[in-house]
Design a protein around this ligand. Sequence first.
Ligand code: APR
Length: 259
Amino acid sequence: MEQDDTARVTVPKALTEIAARSPRVVVLTGAGMSAESGLATFRDPHAGLWERFSPQALASASAWEDDPELVWAWYLWRFERIEHVAPNAGHVAIARWGRGADVSVVTQNVDDLHERAGSADVVHVHGAIASFRCSVCEAPYAEPIDVPDEPVERLPPPVCRVCGGLVRPGVVWFGEVLPVDAWTRAVALVSEADLVVVVGTSGIVYPAAGLPAIARSEGAVVIEINPDRTDVSDMVHHTWHETAARALPALVGSFLPAG
Ligand code: APR
């Protein structure tokens, strides 16, 4: 029988009160949000992607210029991983919260687990891996993607039907600017929010890491949910050292009636 993990989670009373009385909520998420779904974070000292792979060689515009087949194969491996995992109880709790209040998600994650959990308003400030597009003319690429049965080191990217350019994953690479629409909306959402809940991000990568401070300067209460201290821990109102899939269902369950 599945053990209800949140049963043992004690929700800090102040967090329940703040969450229950906040009409406009933004949940700002990072890789830790998807960790309990089985997706590696980036900077975990043991299993983090950047411990095993070089961001310069795989997640930058210059890496794509130098070796598109290497970059494409790596992102296909990540795309395939995302396709084979499911939203966790944390994603589900946020979607549930969104059915009872004005809850928007601003995420640094390129997976679609928030949407698959039912969150209607999700802003991807670092792009979405499955939004494949031409790296030259930017035309969206909607054809099925061939994913090899076993991960391979190199694979030729598909070719754009419009201009013949190489098709790339819809992510923002190091050295690239964030999508203007998504960034503008993210700043507007945190600036108008009553409550911002920062979940599973190390708060290292800017400009996204600056969103909690913008929210606080505009009057929002800022809460952090993360098992560890982060670079934003000093500027939030409350830090709850818990995991996303344990904390969020317990928090939402503490003020939203079941059902
Ligand atoms: N629940 C909540 N938080 C968790 C969990 C969990 N189950 N597991 C790990 N964490 C926390 C870690 O303590 C860490 O603070 O999630 C954070 C993950 O940090 P990073 O790996 O640095 O990921 P993130 O902050 O999303 O990275 C930002 O960097 O590499 C780029 O573009 C990439 O969007 C990414 C950006």
